[in-house]
Design a protein around this ligand. Sequence first.
Ligand code: M6R
Length: 611
Amino acid sequence: MCGIVGIVGKLNACKSALNILKNLEYRGYDSAGLAYLQKNHLNTIKALGKLNKLKSKFEVLEEDIKDISIAIGHTRWATHGKVLLENTHPILSENIAVVHNGIIENHDEIRLELKEKNVVFETSTDTEVIPHLLSISMKNTNNFFNACVSVVEKIEGAYAFAAIHSLKEEIFVARKTSPLVIGLGDGYNIVGSDAQSISHMVNEVIYLNDGDYAILNKTNFQIYDLNNNEVKREKINIKSNLNFLNKDGYKHFMEKEIHEQPNVLINTIGSLVREENDLNIFPEKMNIQKNFGITICAAGTSHYAAMVGKYWIEKFSSIPVNVELSSEYRYRRPATAMYSCMIVISQSGESIDTLMAMREAKRLNLTTTAITNVENSSIDREADYSIFTHVGPEVGVASTKSFTSQLIVLLSIAMKIGIYNKKITSEKYQSFIQNLKLVPNFLSKILSLNEEFINLAQSIKNSQNILYLGRGILYPLALEGALKLKELSYIHSEGFAAGEMKHGPIALIEEGLPIIMFLTSDGIEEKSISNLQEALARGGEVFLISDQKNINKISFIENKVLIPSFHDTWNDVFSPIFMSIPAQLIAYHVARERGTDVDQPRNLAKSVTVE
Ligand code: M6R
């Protein structure tokens, strides 16, 4: 989603803003721009497409604008209005420039009002109402700060914006739901959409709370809460660390993030397993109650993690679990009498659908637990209790290491509730913890089969449609495999529960249709194999990913990749974590073969902060 930056008090501000926008690229965007103040005039540089286009335009002007010490910048992920230069931020009105993330929900109404005052609109964005409102208000008040506050009081929606004007070097910022961070530099101040993007320039940051607004100049800043009271917010020390922007010799961030899973999952597991061989998870804080269920809300890949979590939690703790898409939960009227708590899962901690579902849960008096990768993200800050995945920044838009880490946290939650509710023995609990520690090393063995997945990718790269099948706990993996493939390669792919094929989807099978199935030895493998036979009989080209234990049962399948089997008791339990690697590698290699933009697929954003 859109990224925002603002700098005041630092020479060559446009260059610094460009560098920060580079760090925000991962959020996804389709155009970018800068506005700066030169001799009491606001100028802009804008470009469609990737940041190197904006950089080229900036470089032509660089000599002339080196002395500039105030700038705002933006990467735009189009929502209202096409990807056109005129819709690219910053958006100007007379002597005001604005960059904005999120949506102004009452923009239509405001547009009408402004048109009646003869304001001429030049873009199709919802954003444009902000600079126009500011210009009008400035004429009335002649005070930039007061004008901005009056705009904050008028606009509705989930947004963050930054505004500058041509008379004085100061930046106004406001946030409602969308994230915004202030960075405190030596003689300058910065705002950015996240702390990491500005961490190379500042040691201290301040996260604005929901509803906060602030005014910054080069040496000072004041923050106000939604009741217009001036407030002090905590300053947080951050390390200057941009290693996450290094591909470590891999061609894509996604490739790096797939291959670093054995290393980073050690951090996830390390944070979960306490020295005395207990799990650092607190059912009391989650408000787990014997006779009440848990709702899990999430979006996209995190939602598929939730679906796997349901299998585990119900199996090991007997607590009923209801899994919902965040975007659906928030707009229906959920009956919560049978639930004591909600778990939300969000890599970024910023997905607005999930944040809003969590707020709805709070409103309904459910205790909320967040599983997230980003400390101090909006979801972390608002949850009653957070469990972090600790896998470091994920730059590729496709969720990879965050998915496997979410699975590890969910399985650990299931086991912890199991022992807490006396549904599993302490031997089983200890055995789980011992085996969990072996997972990172085991994933390295699966990753070493990379070549086999490259071959598989080459066989299917030209297909127009691909089906994924899985049964039981691997059904959500079929959904995840299909999502990964479609978002990266743009091939139409769908995941199905293998047992459901005969109820409809089997009609799709025709000669040569690739069908990828995930299979483990879970006691229902014979049923899954029958479903495969049905697909083969109708001309489907089956590619089977199975663990070695099934080797004798699947000799009739020509195209298969056998992954090693894990320790007996835990093989099928851990199988969704293991099968994630093939799902990721297949999608990655197909996309690479097809030459698509692996790290920033078209139309997608890393952090989805609009509804
Ligand atoms: O940051 P979140 O986990 O809340 O993001 C949820 C989805 O937007 C995300 O998983 C998305 O589906 C990924 N692109 C999948 O690879």
